[in-house]
Design a protein around this ligand. Structure first.
Ligand code: AMP
Length: 285
């Protein structure tokens, strides 16, 4: 069993694997694992010799302490779930406490991601991507993976990580994986566990709103998408829209209707149900 709470133990294991020339596929998570996480791990296990998973609720990427406190944690169950899918001998799990990661102060470093950090999630959650960069820089140096796997559910994060890789000149591949959804279309999320039964049904409307945007986009109704989607949110009780944006995948620059015939656009949404903040997106072209 390779479950480690200490970075020093991980470092020793990684050194041993490197001496055998074994490649590591790394999946960083904050735990409360679901099928979306498992899908990332399956790809990582398939494409590498060893699967490495970190489970750590990183305090510096939360700008809201209530959100941090309420973030679901169940490491025991997470470990069981991982080992029900993957070979114990080929799977490393790192579940540190905060002081193993942040020995002195719990603060983030600053990163410039070429402006990506100021849009959408960056604007809504100040400092969030500094926290993401800080933990990933630490984890990438610790695990030295050949490849690291990220979900397109957090599409902006995926672009941020690619920028981080460039900035730090890291020798690893960043791989984006498709969004895993419930039958209702709701994007799987650790936060979904905090929804009420009715909230689950309401939250599926987020997916519906993205489908609507995609449909309108396909039929060229560019100048009406934003308003129509916003209006659908106004009509649904207990579903509060934080933002809906159509932006270019490459730089996350908002696309005005005149630019919409371009390729490489995606619709991005954040909405709140039962006080739970939910994020989703969908490729339009
Ligand atoms: P988290 O534990 O929420 O920090 O997520 C860890 C990784 O899993 C991130 O790369 C997420 O983008 C990815 N992930 C979370 N939910 C999903 C999902 N429904 N589909 C695909 N990837 C996901």
């Amino acid at each position: 069993m390779m479950v480690f709470k200490s970075k020093n133990e991980v470092a020793i294991k990684i050194k041993a694997l490197a001496s055998e020339d074994l490649s590591i596929g790394f999946v960083p998570t904050m735990g409360a694992l679901h099928d979306g996480h498992i899908a990332l791990m399956k790809t990582a296990a398939l494409e590498n010799d060893v699967l490495a998973v970190s489970i750590f609720v990183n305090p510096t990427q939360f700008n809201n302490s209530t959100d941090l406190d309420k973030y679901p944690r169940n490491v025991g169950k997470d470990i069981e779930l991982i080992y029900s899918h993957f070979d114990k001998e080929q799977t490393i799990i790192y579940t540190p406490d905060v002081d193993d990661v942040y020995s002195d102060q719990i603060i983030a470093k600053h990163y410039a991601y070429g402006g990506l950090e100021n849009k959408m999630e960056g604007a809504s959650r100040p400092g969030h991507f500094d926290g993401v960069g800080t933990i990933l820089e630490f984890l990438f140096h610790l695990f030295k993976p050949a490849r690291a796997y990220f979900g397109e559910k957090d599409f902006q994060q995926l672009q941020i990580v690619k920028s981080l890789r460039e900035q730090l000149a890291l020798d690893l591949e960043i791989i984006g994986c498709p969004i895993s959804r419930e039958d209702s279309g709701l994007a799987r999320s650790s936060r979904n566990g905090r929804l009420t039964d009715l909230g689950w049904i309401t939250a599926a409307k987020i997916y519906q709103s993205l489908l609507l945007a995609k449909e309108m986009y396909a039929s060229g109704k560019y100048d009406r998408i934003q308003k129509t989607v916003e209006q659908t949110y106004d009509k649904i009780e207990n579903l509060d829209l934080e933002y809906f944006t159509i932006a270019r995948e490459v730089d996350l620059e908002t696309a005005p209707p005149a630019e919409m015939p371009q390729k490489g656009l995606r619709a991005f949404v954040v909405a709140h149900v039962d006080g739970v903040r939910l994020i989703d997106n969908m490729k339009l072209s």
